[in-house]
Write a protein that binds this ligand. Structure first.
Ligand code: SPV
Ligand code: MG
Length: 291
């Protein structure tokens, strides 16, 4: 199945489904091997792994370059965190064109202003996009896609910005009418109450995607009961990498030796396996002149 169709059926599935964060070709490979059916190409994680902030400091073509490696390395679909679409409707529709060319399953855009700031940094101080302007962006993206299964998720930031349920419902409904395939309702509360309140009023009008980074103690079954379609584990591979790299670098620095680390890090053979070195060896036998 095409990656777009895979992502579409995952989002429309009656079961709660999961997307796991990855930020480069290697982490994407590992996410697929772990058993996940889809990947969240997190803006926070990709920017952090490039050594820059989640404020559109990496250009959209630089993000596209990372995505290309992620997509080539995997056979499960990627939902790109497309931030605000990198500009107005015109930039967003060109993004869709370029994503389709790279077999990306879909893109999520959020109703904030370019350059964006991560939702967990001064969330309430962040201005939201004008609803009409954002709807035009969604329409332009849906009109541009040539593959009917390409997914556009509209992310509603009004809970984050402190506007409450009424505004969140108003925005979600407007984005549904503009043609979004799903809405992502983000919350920075440490409990699930905002999502609960939304789900009760929303009544299944479109699939709902959530990011439970802050309400991680909410059992996944509760999200299922509420009728959530997709939960995104948004940044945990990046955080695992940071933790491991910090400890490893510090220990090697302190000990002036790699000997105590050897048994605690992935063996070289594991790198070669993840890179599919064996495939190249087979290909060499087939395509290089035999000596
Ligand atoms: C990301 O992973 O970049 C997201 C999710 O957009 S969040 O960081 O929660 O805003
Ligand atoms: Mg993001």
């Amino acid at each position: 199945m095409k990656k777009t169709s895979q992502l579409k059926s995952l989002i429309q599935s009656p079961e709660l489904e999961f997307l796991m964060e990855a930020h480069n070709g290697l982490s994407a490979t590992i996410v697929e091997e772990a058993g996940f059916k889809g990947i969240w190409a997190s803006g926070l994680s990709i920017s952090a792994s490039l050594g820059v902030r989640d404020n559109n400091e990496a250009s959209w073509t630089q993000v596209l370059g990372v995505l290309e490696f992620m997509s080539d390395a995997t056979s499960i679909p990627i939902l790109l965190d497309g931030d605000t679409g990198f500009g107005n409707f015109n930039n967003a529709r060109r993004l869709v064109k370029k994503l389709e060319q790279r077999s990306i399953g879909g893109v999520c855009i959020e109703d904030k202003l370019f350059p964006k700031t991560n939702s967990f940094i001064n969330g309430t101080a962040q201005p939201l996009a004008d609803v009409e302007e954002f709807c035009g962006k969604i329409k332009a993206m849906k009109d541009t896609q040539t593959d009917e299964d390409f997914v556009v998720v509209a992310r509603v930031e009004s809970f984050i910005a402190g506007w409450g349920l009424k505004e969140t419902l108003r925005r979600a409904e407007a984005y549904r009418q503009a043609g979004a395939d799903a809405v992502l309702i983000h919350s920075k509360r440490s409990d699930v109450t905002e999502i609960e309140a939304f789900m009760k009023e929303w009544n299944g009008r479109l699939p709902v995607v959530v990011v439970p980074t802050k309400y991680h103690t909410t059992p996944t079954d509760r999200l299922s009961e509420l009728g959530v379609s997709v939960a995104i584990w948004a940044n945990h591979n990046l955080r695992a990498a940071i933790d491991s790299i910090q400890k490893t670098s510090k220990q090697i620095f302190n000990e002036h030796s790699i000997s105590n680390i050897e048994g605690r890090v992935a063996p070289l053979e594991e790198i070669f396996r993840l890179q599919r070195a064996d495939e190249l060896q087979e290909a060499e036998k087939k395509y290089l002149p035999s000596k």
